[in-house]
Design a protein around this ligand. Structure first.
Ligand code: GLU
Ligand code: ZN
Length: 302
């Protein structure tokens, strides 16, 4: 059944992996969730390689991720885009924000910030030192965005209402680092708008980034996509699966069992026969039987 609350006619979703290592079960869940939600709504599904943080990018990882998606039978629409080749777009957006007077340079070190701030959602809340005392621009500096007194609220399709006060909860955040690299928050907002993404389905580890992204969307005059955040896969120690926690790469010899497991993790109810069939049958069944509302149901029980 197609969810009538979604604007189905123009659904465009995406999967946006950072190529810091091969696809693991955690990123597979985000890929499968975004893919099925898009396909179930007869939408497009784009793949974007988020290799903006070049020092963290692992050579060859993007190619490995794409080959794995292909081997799993996940076909993307349009050409894959690479953030590392789109810095001109981020620069334009930054100029626009600067033109509006929302951007200021900051030379504070991590240590200075840690010593003079209180803890926020994703680390220390920047105390606004350089906003109050403008610094000489000739020193290497990051560029920060002024947050204001607004409260940002949105309705997540899986989690429900979510509210944040960026100024109080995260503080003025960085758009371009002192080493010249544009940050995830800016790049993701520019790309989602430029690619006309209407629905974002991704891990709940990014939930607290969403209000910052909505704030940027407001300032840049972009439309606000619908969000759905998926439960995060953790290991036995309760840590999020990631390269840092040594998550194992998806084993293509075990493609079907892992796809079925990802589907179960997303609260769906795949029949055991799917394990005996072909990958194409798996996708056919799971697109037709996708229930986004079961994700939350399962999550609350977890
Ligand atoms: N590149 C991010 C990650 O791999 C995902 C960004 C997003 O989906 O907004 O964690
Ligand atoms: Zn500063």
């Amino acid at each position: 059944m197609i969810d009538s609350t979604l604007n189905v006619a123009q659904y465009c979703g995406r999967f946006a992996p950072s190529p810091t290592g091969p696809l693991h079960f955690g990123s597979l869940v985000a890929a499968v969730g975004s893919y099925l939600d898009a396909k179930h709504h007869r939408g497009k599904w784009l793949v974007r390689i988020e290799d903006i943080d070049t020092p963290r990018t692992l050579p060859g990882a993007a190619e490995t991720i794409l080959r794995t998606l292909e081997a799993l039978g996940m076909e993307w629409d349009e050409t894959v885009v690479y953030q590392s080749r789109r810095t001109h777009l981020y620069q334009e957006a930054l100029h626009e924000l600067a033109r509006q007077g929302f951007v200021y340079p900051c030379t504070c070190s991590r240590k200075e910030i840690a010593d003079s701030s209180i803890a926020g959602i994703g680390g220390p809340i920047y105390p606004g030192t350089c906003r109050r005392n403008p610094i000489a621009k000739d020193k290497a500096h990051a560029l920060r965005l002024c947050t204001n007194d607004e409260t940002i609220a949105f309705l997540d399709r899986a989690i429900g209402p979510y509210t944040q006060h960026p100024a109080r909860d995260v503080g003025d955040f960085v758009l371009r680092r002192a080493d010249g690299i544009y940050t995830y928050q800016l790049a993701v907002v520019v790309d989602d708008a430029e690619q006309r993404i209407t629905h974002i389905v991704r891990g709940a580890d990014l939930l607290d980034s969403t209000p910052r992204q909505i704030y940027l969307q407001h300032l840049l005059g972009y439309s606000i996509p619908q969000y759905m955040h998926l439960p995060v896969v953790t290991n036995a120690a309760g840590e999020k699966l990631s390269k840092q926690t040594n998550a194992a790469a998806i084993d293509l010899q075990q493609a079907l069992p892992q796809l079925v497991e990802a589907l179960r993790f997303l609260g769906q109810n795949p029949p055991p026969e799917l394990l005996q069939g072909k990958i194409a049958d798996f996708w056919l069944w799971s697109q037709q039987n996708w229930h986004a509302d079961w994700i939350a149901r399962d999550w609350i029980a977890r």
